[in-house]
Design a protein around this ligand. Structure first.
Ligand code: SF4
Ligand code: SF4
Length: 240
């Protein structure tokens, strides 16, 4: 008779459910996550962006890239971009709206569907991430993402942040500043936007009926970009 062994959960499940992990070291200087609470499947983190309040400003981009250690190599075609400002022109009025674009943290993310290794995954609270340790850099997810939200890292990274592991030959995108969210803080872009006085970005739990985000989504008009794809993004826009 064979000895029964406890079933080990797949690594991806572990990452999805990571909870109360205090400084788990994966490689010298690279930490998985330090979180204070379990990922809560009843939550869905999201953003509401009001393009009427968003102007000719790069505060969110600068804050994101500073927070996550994204540096330019003077190669705009291939430099990593976790968030970028885009101009959308209205088809009939011609009015141009400037707004930040990042991973839309889709409920039905095609980047996850096409990933052959399981590196691209969605947490139970809706945040879509890449596990850099099992990403093979095939870039299928980049091709599948309709928002061009993902970047391939072409350069050797020497100055990465412990909370935002990065590596040459892997793909990355906005994490919603998961390391901050898991400790009760706002994503750095939202904080920076508020500091400018514009307050164009609101972060919160879309599933909590009492959150300001959920209340505004209930009572004010908002939309998603490429709604026709039915990916149900976690990022909603107003004024477009
Ligand atoms: S925006 Fe792109 S990278 Fe983000 S979840 Fe959707 S398909 Fe994936
Ligand atoms: S580049 Fe990485 S995350 Fe993207 S599909 Fe390939 S293995 Fe998955």
């Amino acid at each position: 008779m064979s000895e029964s062994k406890p079933i080990q959960p797949p690594r991806r499940d572990f990452l999805k459910q990571v909870a109360a992990v205090a400084g788990l070291t994966l490689a010298p200087g690279v930490f998985l996550q330090t979180v204070s609470a379990a990922v809560n499947a009843s939550q869905r983190w999201g953003l509401l962006i009001d393009s009427n309040k968003c102007g000719d400003c790069q505060a969110c981009v600068t804050a994101c890239h500073t927070e996550n250690g994204i540096t330019d190599h003077n190669r705009p075609e291939t430099d990593a971009q976790w968030i970028r400002k885009v101009d959308l022109r209205h088809k009939t009025t011609g009015r141009v709206h400037s707004l930040p674009m990042m991973c839309q943290h889709c409920e039905h993310p095609p980047c996850v569907d096409v990933c052959p290794t399981g590196a691209s995954f969605k947490r139970q609270d809706g945040i879509v991430l890449v596990d850099k340790h099992i990403c093979i850099g095939c870039r299928y997810c980049m091709m599948a993402c309709p928002y061009k939200a993902r970047s391939f890292v072409h350069e050797v990274i020497t100055d990465q942040k412990a909370h935002a592991p990065r590596g040459k030959g892997t793909v990355e995108s906005c994490t919603l500043c998961v390391h901050r969210v898991d400790t009760g803080r706002l994503p750095s872009c939202v904080e920076a936007c508020a500091a400018t006085g514009r307050g164009a970005m609101l972060f919160g739990d879309m599933n909590d009926p009492n959150s300001e985000l959920a209340q505004r989504l209930r009572t004010e008009y908002s939309t998603t970009i490429r709604a026709d794809l039915r990916l149900n993004p976690g990022v909603r826009y107003q004024g477009i």
